[in-house]
Design a protein around this ligand. Structure first.
Ligand code: B4P
Length: 190
């Protein structure tokens, strides 16, 4: 069982690369962003709560995210591997993930960080905003999301590095080249 985290700032290509990895490997994919957007679309209680945070570029509270994650993970089992896209985003989420996986007799195999400059992230998200219809892909919210990323999520890179799990990958270039770099790391997992 392989548990692979795709880590990076908003717009770094986590979702894009996760989709390519799922095509190549027999892995399942958890995108917490997609889970939340589906709840918003279905106008559930969770969706209404999530929307109030997402529209401001803020993170959904950890307790809520963690309970959603465990249920989503269990719904995908059994499988050869799971790609976590957009989770964890805080150190409490990372600790909860570690506990959840160890309760199931498994652990995180690797954390692949996609590195992209803030200027390029902003450019990509503004471009995506023209077609995505996403309320959070506008200039003001993008700036808020980047600030949240640097304050709350980026410290996780050091946290995983201390545990020997972090691999940094250049997130700038063609989708194919970036994907090849990610696959090389995944193949090392054996
Ligand atoms: P997410 O849905 O996770 O989205 P994201 O970080 O904005 O984007 P991603 O990195 O997946 O970028 P993509 O591949 O689409 O989060 C949305 C919100 O949900 C968060 O702000 C938060 O409020 C909430 N949330 C989610 N998870 C949470 C959690 N765990 N805890 C709390 N809150 C949570 O790529 C972006 C664009 O770049 C696309 O248009 C793509 O085509 C383009 N692109 C990708 N790779 C490229 C390349 N190599 N070159 C050029 N363009 C590229």
């Amino acid at each position: 069982m392989k548990n692979i985290i795709i880590f990076g700032a908003p717009g770094s290509g986590k979702g894009t690369q996760s989709d390519l990895l799922v095509e190549k490997y027999a892995f399942r994919h958890i995108s917490t962003g997609d889970v939340l957007r589906a709840e918003i679309k279905n106008d559930t209680q969770l969706g209404r709560t999530a929307k109030s945070y997402i529209d401001k570029g803020q993170l959904i509270p950890d307790s809520l995210m963690i309970s959603i994650l465990a249920a989503t993970y269990d719904s995908l089992l059994p499988c050869e591997g799971v790609i976590f896209d957009g989770f964890p985003r805080t150190i409490p989420q990372a600790e909860a993930l570690q506990d959840m996986l160890s309760q199931r007799g498994t652990n995180v195999g690797v954390v692949l960080e996609l590195q992209v400059s803030d200027d390029l992230l902003t450019e990509r998200l503004l471009l995506r905003g023209k077609t995505s219809g996403r309320a959070d892909d506008n200039a003001e919210t993008i700036q808020a999301r980047l600030a949240v990323y640097h304050n709350q999520t980026a410290p996780l890179a050091a946290w995983y590095d201390e545990r020997g799990l972090l691999v940094r990958v250049n997130g700038v270039g063609s989708l194919e080249d970036i994907n090849a770099a990610l696959c090389a790391e995944i193949n090392h997992l054996g």
